[in-house]
Structures are given as C-alpha cells and as structure tokens.
Design a protein around this ligand. Structure first.
Ligand SMILES: C[S@@+](CC[C@H](N)C(=O)[O-])C[C@H]1O[C@@H](n2cnc3c(N)ncnc32)[C@H](O)[C@@H]1O
Length: 183
C-alpha cells in the first residue's frame, strides 16, 4: 500500500526530499515543540531531527530512510513502522509533528485514520501540508515519490472534525499548519 516509500533504494533514501521552501513552516513547528517529547511521523532520513530538542523520536515506514536516519544521528531514536501499527502500542508524546505525510497517503480515509490516532497519542498535534491550487498544478503524470495525484485541496476542516478536538490554522508560505488539541 505504501510501496512508493517502502521500495526506495539506498541512494534515493540518502538524498530523499530536502526542500528549502519547507524551512519557514518547519521552523515554526520546531519552535513550538522546544524540548518537549516529540514524535516526528514520516521523519524520512532524519534531516529534521536536529531541529527538535533532546526528546525526539522519528518514525517512518521506509527501512532505507530509517537506516540513513540512524547513520546520520546515532544518538537519536528512530523507529521503522507503519504509523497505525506503531499506535497499537501504549505510547504518548507531548507533541506529534507530521509534515507532508497525510496528503501522500493512498486515500482520504487512511489520512483520517492516521490523523485520529495521532491525536489520541499526544497532547498537541502539529500537522502541515502544502496547499497547492489544484487547477494550476497537476503532479499525477510523474513517477515515484510525489508521483500520485496530490489531493490536499480536499483537506477541509469538516473532513477532520472530531468531537472534543479543536483546530487552529496558520498559513506559513504555501503550507497550512494545523495545531490540534483536545478540549
Ligand atoms: C513527503 S515525505 C515528508 C518527509 C518529511 N516529514 C518532510 O516534511 O520533509 C513523507 C514521509 O512519510 C513516510 N510515510 C508515509 N506514509 C507513512 C505511514 N503510513 N507510516 C509511516 N511513515 C509513512 C514516508 O516514508 C516519507 O518518508
């Protein structure tokens, strides 16, 4: 189901997505988290691990990406698991950060499932995705990572509303950053 990530080669994993346009939103997320316990869902090859404090855990489904993350940061904790599998464990974090992940899941239903589980396993969820106008930007023709239709324009608050959960939104460049808390 997540073959585009689980089939990454060693070389692809090493050079996986470093995008300068992400800087501002990642900086806002890291500033919020400070030194609290944080789980980075979809941490890729660990290139963001240094942004966060001493209580960082990175999680990713790709073995190759996690292998590189561990080589890069031997002092930090990385877990290779599908996120829904991981949440079968009794784990809790002050923050969960999740950037550019939900919009690449195979369906809205899976994105909603992951979103709900993330909220259940933290105090504060920081979730962000790029808001690309769908009429002017089509990506479905490419292959591999980002090779599928990107449907984040259908990310409406109504699709992610849950009882006793509040969402506060902030736009940072082309990213929409949601701060999600239980009330
Ligand atoms: C587009 S990348 C974003 C990486 C990074 N968060 C960033 O913002 O640059 C998506 C990452 O999420 C991981 N991922 C996707 N679905 C996942 C799942 N169900 N469980 C765990 N990791 C997943 C992928 O392997 C990939 O590293």
């Amino acid at each position: 189901m997540f073959e585009e990530y689980t089939s990454l080669t060693e070389q692809e994993a090493k050079t996986f997505v470093v995008n300068q346009k992400d800087e501002p939103v990642k900086a806002v997320m890291a500033e919020r988290v400070g030194d609290a316990t944080v789980l980075d869902v979809g941490c890729a090859n660990g290139y963001d691990a240094d942004r966060y404090g001493n209580n960082y855990t990175g999680l990713d489904i790709s073995e190759e990406l996690i292998k590189h993350a561990k080589l890069r940061h031997p002092d930090k904790t990385f877990i290779c698991k599908e996120v829904r599998e991981y949440f079968k464990e009794d784990v809790h974090y002050d923050y969960i950060v999740c950037k550019s992940v939900l919009e690449h899941t195979p369906s809205l239903e899976i994105a909603q499932e992951i979103y709900k589980l993330m909220i259940e396993h933290c105090d504060v969820l920081l979730v962000a995705w790029a808001m690309i106008p769908h009429n002017t930007y089509k990506m479905a023709q490419t292959t591999g990572h980002f090779g599928k239709t990107i449907w984040q324009n259908w990310f409406k608050e109504s699709a992610f509303a849950l009882p006793n959960v509040s969402i506060s939104k902030k736009k940072v460049n082309q990213y929409s950053l949601w701060t999600v808390t239980k009330v």
